[in-house]
Ligand binder design. Structure first.
Ligand code: 5RP
Length: 219
């Protein structure tokens, strides 16, 4: 099976976790497969909250109503992909640059269902460069602080987030304690948020492998 076929299989499996009502929807190629599956059962839901402009456009393209987060209460479920995930359900996200809105929608959701192909499951986070969303005028200052933490920040060229900010992708981190590092980076002045999703990990991982989709929860 190709990586896309594995992503599609996990997206299909996530439909089982969709209750009636309003759900949160993530960003990226795996989330896009999920949106395409969601379109097939759109009569079952009242609408969706999108974690990016791209996701909002795709949802609308399928005739799924997109609601403002501020106009809905707690969401029952948030479904999204990840760049890396551990057996503890800690993740690196933000490869698509939507990390801040993703983290906000996840924070408002009772259950986080992560959908990923088997290549995303890792023993330790950090091989995938950690995205950090930064207020543009603080870019150099934040880069120096991230270097002091042992990383090599690289500006994502030609990219502006949906919130009008820049992304520093931090290479070379071996993330032994994701909860601590998430908090530490978020305390740097000028950081909007970083792509560690550890304080609020996933609740369920649907992992697409050649022998089927496995359902994992934190060890
Ligand atoms: C976007 C994300 C995505 O979930 C992550 O990059 C995984 O993407 P894909 O499903 O395309 O592999 O965090 O900001």
């Amino acid at each position: 099976m190709t990586q896309d076929e594995l992503k599609q299989a996990t997206a299909r499996a996530a439909i089982e976790h969709v209750p009636s009502g309003i759900i949160g929807v993530g960003t990226g190629s795996t989330a896009n497969f999920f949106i395409d599956e969601l379109a097939k059962i759109k009569h079952k839901i009242d609408g969706a909250v999108a974690s990016s402009e791209a996701t909002a456009q795709r949802l609308k393209g399928h005739g799924i109503e997109v609601l403002e987060l501020n106009s809905v209460g707690e969401l029952a479920v948030y479904v999204d992909g990840a760049d890396e995930i551990t057996a503890h359900m800690h993740m690196i996200k933000g490869g698509g640059g939507a990390l801040t809105r993703e983290k906000i929608v996840a924070a408002c959701s009772k259950k986080f269902v992560c959908i990923a192909d088997a290549s995303k499951l890792v023993g330790m986070l950090g091989k995938f460069p950690l995205p950090v969303e930064v207020i543009p005028m603080a870019r150099s200052y934040v880069a120096r602080q991230l270097t002091a933490l042992g990383g090599q920040p690289v500006l994502r060229q030609g990219f502006t987030t949906d919130n009008g900010n820049v992304i520093l992708d931090v290479h070379g981190l071996q993330i032994m304690n994701p909860v601590e590092l998430e908090s530490r980076i978020n305390q740097i002045i000028g950081v909007v948020t970083n792509g560690l999703f550890a304080a609020r990990p996933a609740d369920v991982l649907l992992l697409g492998a050649a022998d089927g989709v496995k359902t994992l929860t934190a060890i």
